[in-house]
Design a protein around this ligand. Structure first.
Ligand code: AMP
Length: 384
């Protein structure tokens, strides 16, 4: 979910930018001011309780705000994400926002604060007063509202600064210029979403080529357990020497060795977009462990792409490719069988958690890549 809060003094332009942002990002709009005005129009208990405070330019109690928000969020469970306007306005409301989004298993993506000098806000609000018909658009009340902002609302920015989600935007200029600045910031934030992909596919399925292209397009890091082991061997480390002996004897490298290397690599990658795991996990145990390792790093496997190519075609491709380890049909068959054994268990594991996507691996490299990219784009949308 993409959740944005538009922050700024009254008259900063939040209400003007909101419909454009809603449309661009497909968000559900929540303006606490509008909700309160609707309560007043409908003469509800909440509306009656809020009316005097609003007329004087003060802030309505956090108690009332949480009630109107809870019902609005509750009534719109299908929303792709929310755009909050005029909320949070107090330190307590910052915590309320956290709690409300946590209940939806999501969090605030970005708090955009529109920076506009007080004098400009006053001018804009006075101009609006002639057409808005709002009880609080009078010179006196505008002054109170701006003071309330400075005293109670502006300090809340610190809360979001500490979270690293605050984005300040110059609120002077044309509506389109300001909109562009806001979008640039949001789009940059979206690119920082961590995305981890597990790429399944038999030998000869084109997995290596596709992983390279995906990594380039989405700025991701390929993590191949085989490569990590080879690297250790090349470096001649103690671990490498042990592993090399095991591999020569035809034995499997123990899980704890592979897992240790993978864990180390995940740890050293903090801040990057994420990984494309290739050749790992290879067993059900490794799939469980990968989920655990990523959780520890505050991340997860978002998407599993299973590149499917009929066995007969894989056999043909491998024979045609003629790599030194694929020279006899017996070896090729053995490799295909080994893959089929672990692919079944892993597919079931990821299918049960709704992360598995079968990709038709027959066609040109570009066609197959297009199919994969569609799924990755969808996973990015979900992750946001
Ligand atoms: P707005 O439409 O956002 O300018 O809000 C108009 C008035 O509604 C404010 O001056 C407050 O009295 C009240 N109000 C709106 N949102 C909040 C909020 N989150 N917390 C407290 N009062 C609010």
């Amino acid at each position: 979910m993409l959740n944005i809060a538009l922050f700024g003094p009254p008259g900063a332009g939040k209400g003007t930018q909101s419909p454009m942002l809603m449309e661009r990002y497909g968000l559900f709009y929540i303006s606490t001011g509008d909700l309160l005005r609707a309560e007043m129009r409908n003469k509800t208990d909440l509306g009656r309780a809020a009316k005097d405070i609003i007329a004087k330019g003060g802030l309505v109690s956090d108690e009332i705000i949480v009630q109107i928000l809870e019902s609005t969020i509750h009534d719109n469970p299908q929303a792709n994400g929310f755009l909050f306007d005029g909320f949070p306005r107090t330190w307590v409301q910052a915590y309320i926002l956290d709690g409300l989004l946590l209940k939806l298993h999501t969090s605030l993506t970005s708090l955009v604060s529109l920076e506009v000098p007080v004098e400009v806000c006053t001018e804009r609000l006075l101009a609006r007063a002639t057409v808005s018909g709002r009880i609080d658009d009078t010179r006196e009340v505008i002054e109170v509202r701006l003071r309330e902002y400075k005293d109670k609302t502006a300090p809340v920015l610190k809360f979001f600064d500490e979270r690293g989600v605050h984005q300040a935007v110059d609120g002077l200029g044309t509506v389109d210029q300001i909109f562009q600045r806001i979008c640039d910031g949001i789009d940059r934030t979206l690119q920082n979403v961590q995305m981890n992909i597990v790429l399944l596919g038999g030998p000869g399925s084109g997995r290596g080529t596709q992983a390279g292209q995906l990594a380039a397009k989405y700025n991701m890091t390929i993590l191949s357990a085989g490569d990590l082991l080879q690297e250790e061997i090349r470096r001649g480390s103690a671990l490498g020497q042990k592993v090399s002996a095991q591999m020569e004897e035809g034995a499997l490298v123990p899980d704890e060795v592979v897992i240790g290397l993978v864990e180390e690599r995940i740890r050293s990658n903090s801040g990057r977009t994420g990984f494309i795991f290739q050749g790992f996990p290879r067993t059900l145990v490794q799939a469980y462990i990968l989920d655990g390792l990523l959780r520890k790093a505050g991340s997860q496997v978002n998407c599993v792409l299973n590149l499917r190519v009929p066995t007969l075609e894989l056999l043909q491709r491998l024979a045609a490719r003629g790599r030194h380890y694929d020279l006899s049909t017996a070896t090729i068959v053995q490799r295909l069988q080994a893959y089929e054994r672990y692919e079944g268990a892993l597919s079931r594991y990821y299918e049960n958690s709704g992360r598995l996507h079968a990709i038709d691996g027959v066609g040109s490299t570009e066609e197959v890549f297009q199919r994969m990219a569609e799924q990755v784009d969808a996973a990015f949308r979900r992750a946001r």
